[in-house]
Structures are given as C-alpha cells and as structure tokens.
Design a protein around this ligand. Structure first.
Ligand SMILES: C[S@@+](CC[C@H](N)C(=O)[O-])C[C@H]1O[C@@H](n2cnc3c(N)ncnc32)[C@H](O)[C@@H]1O
Length: 384
C-alpha cells in the first residue's frame, strides 16, 4: 500500500477518534452499517464527505463515466426518445460530474435536452466538485442544472439515473454457524483499534436472514459470511415514490440473489479500494478508502415491484452498451489516436474480466410498457 502523508494521517486519526467515541458511546459495539455510515459519510471526515480524490486515475477506483465518455453517450442515446417531448433527468450520486457533462452535451446534440437536469448528491465535497466542473458547460446547458437537498416526494416525469450508488449504501454483515446467525459488527480491540466482533443476529436482520436462507436453492451453510443491505429497499421505495412516469435506470456491480449468496462465495463480496488496490480490510486507513459490497439485484427488483414499478430490463453492462450503440461511438472516432483510445476504453467497459459482466444494468419503469431498446439484446430477469 502507498504510504500516507501527514495530512492523510491526521485526517484518518480524526475519523478514528470519532469512530472510537461512537463505539464507546454505544456500549462497545456497533452494527457494521453504522460503522460504514460514519466511515463514508461523517460530515467533513467520511470518505465521501471529505476531500480525497476518490474517483479516477488519481483516486482509489474508476467508474464507467470516469473511464469513458462513451458510457454517457450510450445512455443519452437510450434516454433521448423519452426526453424528446420534455421531462426531467435526475442523477443520483453524480461523482465528479463526468456523466452529467456528457449526458447534457449529447442530449443537446440529439435535440432531447431535459427541461431540468437535477442532481442529488449526499457528499458536500463531490457536490462542490460537480458544480465547479459543470460551470464550464455552455450557458444553455448549465441553465438546466440544479442540485437537490432531498428527493422530490412525487411528480418526477422522465428518467432517474444512478451509476454505482446502490453499492455505496451502508450494509450489514453476518455470519452463519451451527448455532444460527450472527451479526458481524465493530468493537475495539485491546489497542483501541476497530475490529470485527460478532453478536447473535436479532430483529430485522435476523428476520431477513431467515427469509433469505429460505429463498435460496440451498440454505446458507455454517462457516459462511456475507453482507446484506437492508437500506436498499427503502432507497428504491423513495425513488419509486418520486417517479410519476418514466424510467429508473440503475448500473452497478452485483448479481441476482441465488448467485450472490451461492455457497461457493463463502466470504461474501465486501471490498475496499485504496489507490486502485482492492482488499478486504475495512479497518485500514479510516476515511481514506472506499468500502463496498456487491448489489443484490433481486432485492432491488423486489423492492421496485413492491413500490409499483415494473422490472422491464436486466442485463450485463456489456449487453446494454452493445445494444445502446457503443459500436457507433467507436466508429465516430476522429483519428487513429482517438480510435485507439476509444478501443481501449471499450475493452474495459465490455470485457467479461473487466466491467462487462459483473456490472449490470436494470430498467425499472412506471407507466411505460417498454424499457430502453438496449435491454432487448439480453434478458437476464430469470436470474433475479
Ligand atoms: C461510487 S460513487 C459513484 C459516482 C458516480 N455515479 C460515478 O459513477 O462516477 C457513489 C456516489 O454516490 C453518492 N451517494 C451515496 N449515497 C447516496 C444517496 N443516498 N443519494 C445520492 N447520492 C449518494 C456518493 O457521494 C458518490 O457520489
């Protein structure tokens, strides 16, 4: 791991002090989702709230919009038919603003600019960076932008878009033993450092684990540990309530439930990202690394259906991009250098060993019989 500089050490130490006091105030143990809430979102100190680079080559991990403008161009092609006659686009967790920049530019070229492009971003740091970046858009495009402090309660007609936001919601951790289910939370070790600590699972988590295990082709085996995001359902319900008519498009890494919780995946999918290195120690460098887990797309689909949305499409990111015209984006390269750059980006977006297969696209809809056309290339809804 690259060494920390003095400012990073001070930042991490300040967040560690906050985490310690939170754990002590709660009697020496907190659930993992509460630990993550502080680790990622504590005002001014959490990974997302504070000033680390986070996304892109200078940060800790790369997302599809950071990697290539072709990702946003493909989404613009898919949203244009719906937005031709007006409507709103709401982007959740807009990161550096890269996707918003491409979408507005390409939708303008397709004569399908949304009446408004709203961004809901929980991180004050990223919101500031988005505003700085998007200030360079032409005034006619910039005028469409607004930043929201909370989700609209209802009435949104158009498209809600979230790339890699579901995986950023705090999740709980559990373990299975012959005695039943344990919740893996966080305590302090003899040196006062945060560490894993298990308690019998109770309440909503226990109910959910019983339900989860019963819904799988084979029950979760003893020795298994993994993650579950109970916040996913309420998050989708809120988005569904906001959407009066249109599509909710979600992109993220994850699987349907029976594959995600397959007995062969004995240690779950928790991953930490620091300077483009992945590992599984969520206690390393608090505030300086991202901590995530794969998304349970079955949970997303169930919550959407419960909230009155139709699950109209579910496929790999590669299938979505191929159906959305990434080949035309490649062909539009201006010169040999641009062609080589785009080809390299397309490989990373599409190849199974890169982002092509583990990343999925999901289309949820209200009041529209069809998903965006790209979802016709592949239908993986049987795996949900
Ligand atoms: C992994 S980053 C992805 C950023 C961007 N969408 C991209 O693909 O480059 C997660 C983003 O979601 C934001 N976020 C996390 N929880 C959120 C929530 N409940 N609502 C809106 N944004 C959220 C984070 O601050 C961050 O901008």
């Amino acid at each position: 791991m690259p060494a920390l500089d003095a400012a990073q050490r001070a930042h991490s130490a300040a967040l560690l002090a906050l985490l310690r006091s939170r754990i002590e105030a709660c009697g020496g143990w907190i659930p993992f989702d509460e630990y993550l809430e502080q680790l990622l979102y504590a005002p001014g100190l959490g990974y997302y709230s504070a000033g680390a680079a986070k996304l892109g080559a200078a940060g800790d991990y790369t997302t599809a919009p950071e990697l290539s403008a072709m990702f946003g161009a493909c989404i613009a092609r898919q949203c244009a038919p719906l937005l031709h006659s007006g409507g709103e686009l709401l982007e959740l967790g807009a990161g550096s603003g890269a996707l918003a920049e491409v979408l507005l530019t390409r939708l303008a070229a397709l004569e399908a600019l949304p009446d408004r492009y709203s961004i809901l971003e929980t991180s004050a740091d990223l919101r500031g960076r988005q505003q700085q970046r998007l200030a360079r858009l032409p005034p006619a495009l910039h005028a469409r932008l607004r930043w929201l402090d909370c989700l609209p309660a209802a009435g949104l007609r158009g498209v809600i878009l979230a790339n890699e936001v579901a995986d950023a919601l705090p999740f709980q951790c559990y373990a299975v033993s012959a005695d039943g289910y344990a919740e893996r939370g966080v305590a302090l070790d003899g040196q006062g450092e945060p560490c894993w600590s298990e308690r019998p699972a109770t309440g909503a988590l226990h109910t959910e684990l019983v339900r989860l295990s019963a819904s799988l082709p084979q029950p979760l085996p003893a020795g298994y540990h993994s993650e579950v995001c109970l916040r996913l359902g309420p998050w989708v319900s809120g988005l569904a309530a906001a959407l009066e008519w249109g599509w909710l498009l979600l992109f993220d890494y994850g699987l349907g439930r029976s594959e995600l919780y397959h007995p062969q995946r004995m240690s779950g999918t928790l991953r930490c990202h620091y300077r483009h290195r992945a590992h599984d120690d969520p206690f390393l460098h608090p505030g300086l690394q991202d901590v995530t887990a794969w998304v349970d797309f079955t949970r997303l689909a169930e919550a959407a259906t419960d909230a009155g949305l139709a699950v109209e499409g579910y496929c790999t990111q590669a299938a979505f991009l191929l159906g959305a015209g990434i080949d035309a984006e490649l062909a539009a390269a201006g010169n040999a250098l641009d062609r080589a750059r785009r080809a390299s980006e397309a490989r990373q977006l599409l190849m199974p060993g890169e982002m092509g297969e583990v990343f999925k696209a999901m289309a949820l809809s209200r009041g529209l019989p069809d998903p965006p056309g790209a979802f016709r290339v592949q239908d993986l809804r049987r795996l949900l």
